[in-house]
Ligand binder design. Structure first.
Ligand code: ATP
Ligand code: MG
Length: 183
């Protein structure tokens, strides 16, 4: 599963619609300090279902909504859309017929949240479940930020096991088992 395209609007330092195309090969985001490079990665992580505001360097989730600058008023909604290629059979079986999958997340200032998969409204848990075992999800090894390599090397075996289980593709079954036991 690869990210083909990212659309950001109203998220952090991007008040206007901003599109990033990920062509085959390596994509590098370069620019001066504070121009929004890390915000691009955080937009991806957010669309994948990140629920911890702190992971996105905020205090509360509302902090992801563009809150104004010297020349621009704050906006009322943050929106991120991710288009993924789906030709490697990693997505859940119910999605197998689609070559491309679009995931969208919106957050409004009044706290209302919306999630969509291929334009159909869904729950946060559907988005999280979609990414389990694809290697691309919010907790996966697909996003390795500064300091994370050290953290992985120094982590306890139980914590490191989570990454290995993601790579092995058993997280989806584990999370279903936990949900079933809770019921
Ligand atoms: P560095 O090279 O230092 O790592 P960077 O390119 O990664 O910088 P980011 O950390 O992505 O930069 O962007 C920081 C900028 O985003 C800051 O100017 C900050 O004010 C702005 N920013 C963050 N959240 C918001 C928000 N909700 N509304 C408006 N601007 C925001
Ligand atoms: Mg940065």
């Amino acid at each position: 599963m690869k990210i083909k395209r990212l659309e950001i609007k109203g998220f952090k330092s991007f008040p206007d619609k901003t599109v990033v195309e990920f062509k085959p090969g390596i994509t590098a985001v370069v620019g001066p300090n504070g121009c929004g490079k890390s915000n691009v990665l955080e937009a991806i992580r957010w669309a994948m279902g990140e629920q911890r505001a702190r992971t996105l360097r905020g205090k509360k989730m509302e902090d992801v909504i563009f809150n104004g600058s010297d020349s621009r008023k704050a906006v009322g909604m943050a929106e991120v859309q991710l288009v993924l290629s789906n030709t490697d059979g990693l997505s859940p079986a119910s999605m197998a017929d689609y070559d491309e999958i679009m995931i969208a997340r919106r957050l409004f200032r009044d706290g209302d949240s919306q999630y969509e998969i291929n334009g159909i409204p869904c729950r946060l848990s559907d988005v999280v479940d979609f990414f389990l075992d694809t290697g691309v999800g919010k907790n996966s090894y697909a996003i390795i930020e500064q300091g994370r390599v050290d953290m992985i090397v120094a982590s306890k075996p139980e914590d490191r096991r989570v990454l290995i289980e993601e790579a092995a593709g058993i997280n989806r079954y584990k999370s279903r088992k936990e949900a079933a036991i809770k019921k």
